[in-house]
Design a protein around this ligand. Structure first.
Ligand SMILES: C[S@@+](CC[C@H](N)C(=O)[O-])C[C@H]1O[C@@H](n2cnc3c(N)ncnc32)[C@H](O)[C@@H]1O
Length: 133
């Protein structure tokens, strides 16, 4: 994301694993790397004064999570996202890693990386705003 031109000051990274968190802090000192659970995203961001995000990019293993944890992460994410803003998810599964109807989101595959092993997909989701629904 930094290479793609996202300003470090606009990037907040959430990682639950302490060892990976420490590595990321060392490698990307200009980015705010938060140690915590994405299921508590609003609580993690509140002390930083962040109540609105313009996008969330997730490499979380949603397919391996309990439904309740996955749903909580999606709800916390859309609570933080600005209206209409995207939730972008990498996945190795073929089907949507987020149950769209259940969670009231729209989503589609934006790209497939077939030469990755296993092949990966990038899904882009948004939650329709009341006026757009
Ligand atoms: C497949 S790796 C992705 C690594 C990297 N973030 C990326 O997108 O390329 C999944 C990462 O999600 C982290 N993770 C899993 N559940 C989490 C949660 N509830 N909150 C924050 N991080 C979590 C794991 O510790 C692991 O580092």
């Amino acid at each position: 994301m930094l290479e793609a031109g996202v300003a470090p000051s606009r990037l907040f990274v959430v990682e639950r694993d302490e060892a990976l968190h420490n590595l990321l802090v060392k490698r990307f000192p200009q980015v705010r790397i938060l140690l915590g659970d994405a299921a508590e995203l609003t609580t993690l961001l509140r002390p930083l004064g962040i109540s609105r995000a313009s996008a969330i990019v997730s490499g979380l293993p949603l397919l391996a999570m309990r439904d309740s944890v996955r749903d909580r992460i999606v709800e916390e994410s859309f609570a933080v996202l600005a209206p209409g803003a995207p939730f972008i998810q990498f996945t190795y599964g073929l089907a949507s890693p987020i149950p769209r109807r259940k969670l009231g989101v729209r989503g589609e595959v934006k790209s497939r990386v077939l030469n990755n092993l296993p092949p990966a997909s990038v899904w882009l989701y948004h939650r329709p705003t009341a006026t757009a629904a």
